[in-house]
Design a protein. Structure first.
Length: 285
């Protein structure tokens, strides 16, 4: 019993750290400024319509949930970090839609079995530390024959490489935690879902980002806006040499993925995996 209690306490502490990480900085602003079209791309790929009940897992401020509501669907936006919901409520009101906002852990969703026609996540569930429980939950709450839709950064793309760059400077991951960009690997996602899905489609695409004038602007922006980057810099804050080394490593990474010509903005292409599938229907009889 003591061992089980210790495991539960460790999991609660880990989830509190994740919640605090995503509450730091300003992820709603980052998503709105850099990633505004990704949610709508996922909604379209899932075929969301007005007859559906939709769950957006690890929804943040509703980058995908709000476009789904704009299609007329009945939408629930769930996230471990409810501090992000206020920004989402304001955005939803500005667009004239209503949806439900509910705090929830992607690894233990507070919903019934087979409750939703579409279960999706845009750059969200990939950050749950334990991938198999999160995948199991996505399937559990989806109706048989319903749609699972995921949009995730790839390991070899810019954001995946950014996480690899951060890793040597970050504290060791907790036991059992898996790297987020693995969700951007088709083989990994198919392994998580196994034979419980059908009609799976996986497409790699890129998001063009021209919001920064030079690589250093990217580094400054992510140091102030993006929770995972903020947490690593906080961890090494007392070591000036490490801070400089990480600044240099991230700047060089951005340079290697970027392109600038004359007076044109510094342009990067960020690769992601768009994955959709149907939950297998139960066998008759």
């Amino acid at each position: 019993m003591t061992d089980q209690t210790d495991v539960l306490e460790a999991d609660r502490a880990l989830k509190q750290k994740h919640r605090a990480m995503w509450a730091s900085g300003d992820y709603p602003a980052l998503a709105g400024e850099l990633l505004p079209e990704l949610g709508a791309i996922l909604v379209e790929a899932c075929g969301v319509n007005s007859r559906q009940r939709v769950l957006d897992v690890a929804a943040g401020a509703g980058n995908a949930a709000i476009p789904a509501a704009m299609m007329g669907a009945k939408v629930v936006a769930s996230d471990l970090t409810p501090e992000l919901f206020d920004a989402g409520r304001h955005q939803a009101a500005d667009r004239g839609v209503e949806l439900e906002w509910k705090e929830g852990d992607a690894e233990a969703l507070p919903f019934a079995d087979n409750e939703f026609d579409t279960v999706m996540s845009c750059l969200g569930v990939m950050f749950a530390p334990h991938h198999q429980p999160a995948a199991d939950e996505l399937l559990r709450v989806c109706k048989p024959g319903g749609t699972i839709g995921l949009l995730s950064w790839t390991p070899e793309g810019f954001i995946g490489r950014m996480f690899a760059t951060l890793k040597p400077f970050a504290p060791p991951p907790p036991p059992g935690a898996q790297p987020a960009p693995q969700w951007g690997s088709e083989d990994h996602v198919r392994e998580l879902f196994g034979d419980r899905i059908t009609e799976a489609q996986a497409r790699k695409k890129t998001l063009g980002v021209s919001s920064f004038h030079q690589p250093e602007d990217f580094v400054r922006y992510f140091k102030s806006h993006y929770g995972p980057t903020i947490s690593v810099y906080k961890f090494i804050a007392e070591d000036g040499d490490k801070v400089k080394d990480l600044d240099k490593a991230l700047t060089e990474l951005a340079e290697s993925f970027g392109d600038a010509h004359g007076d044109t903005p510094f342009h990067m292409e960020w690769e992601y995996l768009l994955f959709t599938a149907k939950k297998v229907k139960a066998n008759a009889g």
